[in-house]
Design a protein around this ligand. Structure first.
Ligand SMILES: Nc1ncnc2[nH]cnc12
Ligand SMILES: [Zn+2]
Length: 324
């Protein structure tokens, strides 16, 4: 099995429908508007967010979150992943009455449990959510900067890209950068190349969440390649959300051929009927990538990981031992 690494997965969005149904039962909620026949139901980005928020609101206690992280990382490890970064969302936990610290500690506990069973290394990227607002994003950055949790190594912004301006997030990212956190921001998913350019100009991230619509501007593609910005690509998500019509139309191969650093990620796997393993399978089937090329994708992800040098070296050694 090819060893894998993931940089872009929202932990609330990784909750399998069976787990969400069990949580709904636990809290006396009816999941049927959002889950039917064991599958999430939505039809566009707005209704996807509604299903996502419904499911997220069913994780309320520390044990709920510990189990969620343990469940997801353990399943990733079974699919050959040796490293996982997940986006965390203190705003979701706050709604359930859990402090950002209790929420983060709980997810960290789940990661420790998964590592004990499988060896998978996990890290957390605290995210602010665009459609919650600028003040909440800055609060999330301040929390990320001062929480001191050893597994919190990054800060990012996700949410509805159609809302808000990149300039508005500069302060939040400065707080995070000053604290030594890795920086990534969603751009070029729901919006076009201008959004990716604005993210680069204003936020100066080392990685972009998605970024795939940079393909609309060849100068921008050249800039991404020249600056070595890493793209957290999520092809299965993009097709499910109709960002592109089909895998044949997906720019992953073109971006890679242009010298951009690309990685493979699942985003919100059960919502998009995917998994990290399926993303690698998609790349093999639709982008004609052989095992060696896929191992190079894993290497790119580990090299771009928000993780200490010693752990990074250990992960690369594990990868190289398998590739040889
Ligand atoms: N695909 C996505 N884009 C933006 N924000 C998200 N939050 C969860 N999934 C997301
Ligand atoms: Zn995402």
């Amino acid at each position: 099995m090819i060893l894998k690494a993931e940089l872009h997965c929202h932990i609330e969005g990784a909750a399998a429908p069976e787990l969400v149904v069990a949580q709904a039962r636990k809290y006396g909620q009816d999941p049927s508007p959002y889950i039917q026949d064991g599958s999430f139901v939505w039809h566009d980005f707005t209704s996807f967010l509604a299903a996502y928020d419904f499911a997220s609101d069913l994780f309320r206690t520390e044990e709920d979150y510990a189990r969620l992280a343990d469940h997801y990382l353990t399943s990733l490890a079974r699919d050959g992943a040796i490293y996982s970064e997940v986006f965390t969302s203190p705003d979701h936990a706050k709604k359930a009455g859990l402090s950002p610290k209790a929420y983060t500690d709980a997810l960290g506990e789940g990661m420790v449990r998964a590592k004990a069973k499988t060896g998978i290394e996990g890290r957390m990227i605290v995210t602010g959510v665009r459609h919650v607002g600028v003040e909440a994003i800055e609060q999330a950055a301040r929390f990320a900067a001062r929480c001191g949790h050893p597994l919190v190594t990054g800060f990012g912004v996700a949410g509805d890209e159609r809302i808000g301006d990149f300039e508005d997030y500069v302060r939040a990212f400065e707080i995070a950068r000053e604290a030594g956190l890795g920086i990534t921001i969603h751009a070029g998913e729901l919006m076009g190349w201008e959004s990716v350019k604005a993210a680069l100009d204003h936020i100066r991230p080392s990685r972009i969440g998605h970024g795939v619509r940079a393909i609309e501007n060849p100068d921008l593609v050249r800039r991404i390649a020249a600056e070595g910005v890493v793209l957290e690509c999520c092809p299965g998500s993009n097709i499910a959300l109709k960002v592109f019509d089909s895998f044949a139309d997906h720019p992953f191969p073109a971006l890679r051929a242009a010298g951009c650093k690309v990685t493979l990620n699942s985003d919100d796997p059960p919502y998009f009927w995917t998994s990290l393993k399926r993303e690698y399978d998609i790349a093999a089937e639709h982008f004609a990538m052989n095992d060696k090329a896929l191992a190079r994708i894993t290497r790119t992800a580990i090299e771009a990981a928000f993780v200490d040098k010693k752990t990074k070296a250990m992960l690369l050694t594990r990868l190289d031992a398998r590739v040889r």
